[in-house]
Design a protein around this ligand. Structure first.
Ligand code: 3PY
Ligand code: MG
Length: 255
């Protein structure tokens, strides 16, 4: 399950990931199994996941043969290697606004000589099935770093961020980006964001790296796949629960 994400990206097949805020392994397992998502993303920035819940959730997702992606809190660079140690296949770091942020992020995620990741990959070893020496050699390629581009500063520094060795790609936060670009309104699918996305896609391709993005709906996800995004997280456990419940209740109360 650790190698599944990087392998699939190498094949050039985009992934659609679930997004979980509720720290309950059963929810992540359900989204990986019956719902059929390609991966599950667990959120420590705005979601209620913490290190403990993530350590208990990763094996449930892995039991479905699916990779886990973890989003750490803003500036939570010390949490990055703990997520990889627990067996996450990728880490998303929010609000990476400068080359320096990107360098610190990459250093925490990659073993020497590239970075400064400290040894102790209990879950990574268990879930990759690799011997320690092999894991040490291969982990830098297997465990991916996605730096969130969701501010004007990050857009301005995009080539520098993409140029940091050890940064495998970027992940767009369209909501924060829309707030930043409009000067205070929420319009994640608006023209300003669309223009920024076209630029980010082109710069990422030029750098030979990967690009992911958060999407609110299936229709928008289809469009993003067509545009060439490599990883799209679709909706969230909370949003799916809300819309599913509202739809059934509305039917129940019709007439
Ligand atoms: C954003 O849209 O700002 C995000 O961080 C996606 O979760
Ligand atoms: Mg954001």
């Amino acid at each position: 399950a650790v190698a599944a994400l990087s392998a699939r990206l190498r094949e050039g097949r985009p992934l659609i990931s679930a997004w979980c805020s509720i720290p309950e392994p059963t929810i992540a397992g359900l989204l990986a199994a019956e719902a059929g998502f390609d991966a599950v993303t667990l959120d420590m920035q705005h979601g209620a996941h913490d290190i403990d819940s993530i350590m208990r959730t990763i094996p449930v997702i892995a039991a479905q043969g699916k990779p886990t992606i973890a989003r750490v809190p803003v500036g939570g660079f010390t949490t990055v290697s703990r997520m990889l140690d627990a067996g996450a296949a990728a880490v998303i770091a929010p609000m990476v606004n400068s080359v320096e942020d990107a360098r610190v992020f990459a250093a925490m995620a990659k073993y020497p000589p590239l970075g400064e990741r400290s040894w102790g990959p209990h879950g990574g070893l268990m879930l990759s099935g690799l011997a320690p020496e092999t894991y040490l050699k291969e982990a830098n390629g297997l465990c991916l770093t996605l730096a969130m581009v969701e501010t004007r500063e990050a857009l301005g520094a995009i080539d520098g961020i993409l140029g940091v060795e050890g940064i495998d790609g970027i992940f767009i936060g369209p909501s924060d980006l829309s707030i930043a670009l409009s000067g205070g309104s929420l319009d994640p699918e608006g023209t300003q964001v669309r223009e920024a996305l076209a630029h980010a896609l082109a710069r990422t391709r030029a750098a030979g790296k990967r690009i992911g993005i958060f999407s609110h709906t299936g229709l928008r996800t289809r469009e993003l796949v067509r545009q060439g995004f490599d990883l799209i997280t679709l909706s969230s456990d909370v949003a799916l629960l809300r819309t599913g419940a509202q739809a059934e209740l509305a039917r129940a109360r019709e007439g």
